[in-house]
Design a protein around this ligand. Structure first.
Ligand code: 5RP
Length: 222
């Protein structure tokens, strides 16, 4: 089975977690795109969606799936029933790194507004220790060099993502070379730096369930 076939299988398997009649959160990336395509087949069974990026909102609308801002949605419901999104890496505690597509801040906000986070990945994303994939940090442009210095001081090799601006008008600094043994502590420490909007460690918003595509089928990790 190819990587894309594994992604498609987990995207389809995630439909089982969509609560009928509810508002759901939808992530960003190639696996999330496959989920959106699958969601289109049951679009009449949901109340609406909140998108974690402009690109996702456009794809959802393209399928005729209603998209609300999070603020509009939370006037109608207390929370989103589920957030479905991919990840760049996940560890044995179901902590994640995310943000390869640069949508980490909105992804974390939508995940925080959801009752359950179902993460859809292929088996290449499974790691013992997070950090091999460069960790994205969304930064207010004025703080670029401040954050670059802090990232070096924690042992990383930071690089500004060239030609990229987030949906929130900020830059992304990708940090290579980290070995993230205490995901919660690193998430907290980086988020305390003035100018950091958020970083791609999802330890506070770790996954509740991971659906992992393998050559033998979909493995459910709870
Ligand atoms: C986007 C993300 C994505 O979930 C992550 O990059 C995985 O993407 P893909 O499903 O294309 O492998 O965090 O900001």
């Amino acid at each position: 089975m190819t990587q894309d076939e594994m992604k498609k299988k987990v995207a389809e398997a995630a439909l089982a977690y969509v609560v009928e009649g509810s508002m759901i959160g939808v992530g960003t990336g190639s696996t999330a795109n496959m989920f959106i395509d699958a969601l289109a087949t049951i679009k009449d069974k949901i109340q609406g969606t909140v998108a974690s990026s402009e690109v996702t909102a456009e794809r959802l609308r393209g399928h005729g799936i209603p998209v609300l801002s999070l603020n509009e949605a939370l006037k109608q419901v207390d929370s989103l029933s589920v957030y479905i999104d991919g990840a760049d890496e996940f560890d044995p505690k179901k902590c994640l790194t995310k943000g390869g597509g640069g949508a980490l801040t909105r992804e974390k906000i939508v995940a925080a507004a959801s009752d359950q986070f179902v993460c859809i990945v292929d088996s290449s994303k499974q790691v013992d220790c997070l950090g091999a994939f460069p960790l994205p940090i969304e930064v207010i442009p004025m703080a670029e060099n401040l954050v670059m210095g802090i990232a070096k001081s924690v042992g990383g090799e930071p690089k500004v993502r060239t030609g990229f601006t987030t949906d929130n008008g900020n830059i992304i600094i990708d940090v290579k070379g980290l070995e993230i043994h205490d995901a919660l502590a690193l998430e907290n420490d980086l988020n305390e730096v003035p100018g950091v909007v958020t970083n791609g460690v999802f330890a506070h918003q770790c996954a509740d369930v991971i659906l992992m595509g393998t050559p033998d089928g979909v493995q459910i990790i709870e």
